[in-house]
Design a protein around this ligand. Structure first.
Ligand code: 5GP
Ligand code: ZN
Length: 113
């Protein structure tokens, strides 16, 4: 837990978020500024700064399985979806607590901007 970290505060319930799912390693909640009809963030319960600093494969695997579970719950399996981990400055990461974006419900463009 890092007091200054907004996602740690969401994990600990001291700031509100709309939870969608959770497992032993992580939680999933709706992005406050959605970029698609379904936009959910999947984050570890532990404070990990970014994918670049992740070391726990079991934790990462559990987060990706949680993303797939959320996609099923959101009804995105048939239409498809995108999972993104913006990492570091060029990756466009703005919150420095590892998170996967799950985006779906519309057609995605490639390459991303
Ligand atoms: P990044 O730019 O780091 O990849 O993504 C951070 C995401 O967190 C953004 O999509 C932003 O809208 C979302 N976000 C930032 N602060 C909050 C918050 O307090 N609550 C929720 N639910 N999402 C947030
Ligand atoms: Zn944190």
């Amino acid at each position: 837990m890092t007091d200054a970290c907004i996602f740690c505060r969401i994990v600990h319930g001291t700031i509100p978020a709309t939870l969608v799912a959770s497992n032993a390693h992580g939680i999933a909640f709706r992005d406050v500024n959605p970029q698609a009809p379904s936009h959910v963030l999947i984050i570890p319960r532990r404070h990990v700064r970014s994918l670049a600093e992740a070391t726990d494969g079991a934790e990462l695997g559990a987060l990706l399985l949680l993303a797939a579970e959320v996609a099923r719950v959101e009804g995105l399996d048939a239409s498809g979806y995108r999972v993104v981990a913006n990492t570091g400055m060029d990756g466009g990461q703005t919150v420095h607590h590892l998170h996967f974006h799950l985006l779906g419900g519309r057609s995605m463009q490639w390459p991303p901007g």
